[in-house]
Design a protein around this ligand. Sequence first.
Ligand SMILES: Cc1cc2nc3c(=O)[nH]c(=O)nc-3n(C[C@H](O)[C@H](O)[C@H](O)COP(=O)(O)O)c2cc1C
Length: 376
Amino acid sequence: MSDAASIGDLARRARWRLPGFAFGFLDGGSGEEGGLRRNRDRLEAVVLAPKACGGVKPETTATLFGRDYRLPFGAAPVGMGNLLWPGADLMVARQAARLGFPVVASTVATTPLEEIAEAAGGNAWFQLYVSREERINRDLLARAWAAGIRELVVTVDVPVAGDRRRDVRNRFILPFRPGPRFVAQVATAPLWALETLRAGSPGFPNLARYVGEVDGKTLAGFISSQIKDDLAWDDIKALRDLWQGRMLVKGVMTAPDAKAALDVGADGVWVSNHGGRQLDAAPAAIDSLAAIRAALGNGAVVVMDGGIRSGEDVVRAGAVGADFVFCGRAFYYGAAAAGEAGAARAADLLAADLRRTLIQIGCPSWMALDDGWLWK
Ligand SMILES: Cc1cc2nc3c(=O)[nH]c(=O)nc-3n(C[C@H](O)[C@H](O)[C@H](O)COP(=O)(O)O)c2cc1C
């Protein structure tokens, strides 16, 4: 794995190892994928000021909600992760334990939140897709709490499923009916097929207890009937009152929404356009981050994701105003490219590049990073 020099290299290997529909699900965005491209283009447009004779040995610890993480980035929630490679969710969670960063277990993860929490060694958070049924929300939160999780992330940017055209073209739509195209794609990915056969097809264990065994055939109906498509700030407030730990609202892209989230008692805002998978015309996450940081000032906790593919990108986001940064695809490209070793490689590449970048700009620590390190 040591010859994979970047997250992009891992993505290229993942494309080669996965059947087309699985890679398309991981890699794709919504609509014509303008939001997906914009996340990258605008991040790359962030230019840092190099510093000669800086001589720093940077400290990468990030303190968030009273906890010290050894690295200022974490793994964003990813649903259907084990479809990308069997066992991928736990491979990613183990990197969180090994390197000391948070991993967020998704409501629609293919691994029970309890198992992710255990593998992450105290570094797991939980992401909630709010259900119409209060008993399900309550139960999920109680389970997360019992598993030792203290950070809750409530996702608010899926009032309707995104227009995922790659999935449509690959017939990877629910209810899933395997056809000739599926068989042809699987035939090009023998190792994936073998491993998936051995592991069994991925399900949705967090939700299974509420609907019986949820599989590809019943999930579409279940999710569309359960996901609260008329979510209001009052609902977020109700969750705030229910959850004793820290709570972030994920999928916020504008200053008024960021303020609304804080007004109902959120401890922080997670700026995200869902990795370009929801509103295609959404702004780039890095641009929203700048606008939201400017509107909220330095006191508020603002984290971000979207397009992060290197430690340098993490530093770019930090300089623009992020307290903490998350990666969705990066870790799963790694796991899909080479299993556990690939997930580890993704994490190591990000960590090494982060340190290298801080040295090159002469920044002594993640916590010291601010817009003073931007090229002006
Ligand atoms: C395959 C895949 C599945 C995802 N599933 C979820 C999910 O279950 N819940 C959620 O809040 N966000 C989900 N996201 C969005 C990520 O949490 C994150 O916002 C996004 O991936 C960040 O962009 P990046 O992939 O460019 O790093 C998913 C993203 C991908 C790529």
